[in-house]
Ligand binder design. Structure first.
Ligand code: FAD
Length: 265
């Protein structure tokens, strides 16, 4: 099949092309690999070229990242300093210079590290046609979603309220066996509104309700951390793939969650 490539100067043009069956290209680190591999399902590609999608905006509550903002730009942006450690763990430097925030929301397991962090932080995804969606809802239906314009990410009230850990087998920039992010706002020393998200533990980034329940209303102490680690795979169906078996992922998820939480005390 011949692949045609067009350029959309505005988000509206891109959304219209998508509605007609075209696939958008952000940084192309995933799409262009499929093109090079001769993927027959790709017919029409639309390269996003709207400068408005490259904006990083700071508000009192958090940061807005346009869909075309790259991981390198996130890593450098003062407004997004709390996300820099996550962005720096996506691929190597060449990938980070191209990989976009919008594309990461669609990356299949075991990629999608940035989306895991956004899920823990309770980001909102802004879509061209459908408006704003809570990120968990967006991720559950992402295959059917339209053009992403931006994500709005609440800033953690204190630095230690947010943490991210990526687990790889050999190289730190390689695909993750799993990744885990935690957002644990505290009031009067107790956790209020715990959010724990895993990557690599299901078809898309998922929250860990067992761990969240164990932490909610508790001080972040050894007891709460232990209970969260023990219950963190509740409701999750990790896959078996070339990186790890489902059994292995179940066994180590709690170990890595414990490590992450101990660093947030
Ligand atoms: C060598 C290598 C290493 C990698 N390492 C990592 C890693 O460590 N961690 C990680 O998370 N990922 C990794 N990736 C995957 C990928 O680079 C990132 O997930 C990246 O953020 C994807 O963004 P992109 O802009 O390149 O996506 P693209 O390839 O442009 O698009 C990916 C998908 O998203 C869709 N899409 C893109 N933008 C939009 C939008 N605005 N609205 C709607 N749909 C859109 C595309 O149509 C496509 O289906 C790696 C990839 C490679 C090749």
């Amino acid at each position: 099949m011949t692949v045609t490539v067009e350029r959309a100067a505005t988000a509206e043009e891109a959304a219209a092309a998508m509605a007609r069956g075209a696939q958008v290209v952000g940084g192309g680190t995933i799409v262009m690999r499929r093109v090079n591999a001769g993927d027959q399902r790709l017919g029409r590609l639309v390269v996003l070229a709207d400068p408005a999608l490259r904006r990083i905006g700071a508000g009192s509550e958090g940061v807005s990242l346009g869909a075309l903002v790259t991981m390198s730009e996130v890593a450098r942006a003062r407004e997004a300093d709390f996300l820099a450690p996550v962005a720096r763990q996506v691929g190597g430097p060449a990938i980070r210079n191209m990989a976009t925030v919008g594309g990461n929301l669609f990356a299949r397991r075991t990629y999608g590290d940035f989306a895991v962090a956004l899920l823990a932080l309770g980001a909102r995804v802004i879509l061209a046609r459908e408006g704003a969606r809570e990120i968990g809802e967006f991720l559950r239906g992402r295959e059917r979603s339209g053009l992403v314009l931006a994500v709005e990410v609440p800033r953690p009230r204190e630095a230690r309220a947010f943490g991210f850990l990526k687990v790889t087998r050999v190289h730190p920039a390689a695909a993750a066996v799993l990744s885990v992010a935690a957002h644990l706002p505290r009031e009067g020393g107790r956790i209020r509104g715990a959010r724990i998200a895993f990557g690599g533990m299901g078809p898309q980034p998922l929250r860990a309700p067992g761990a969240e329940r164990a932490l909610e209303g508790q001080p972040l102490d050894a007891g709460a951390i232990g209970r969260a680690a023990t219950g963190c795979t509740e409701g999750l169906e990790p896959p078996t793939d070339a990186l790890a078996s489902a059994w292995y992922r179940r066994e180590v998820a709690g170990v890595h969650l414990r490590r992450l939480l101990e660093g947030m005390v």
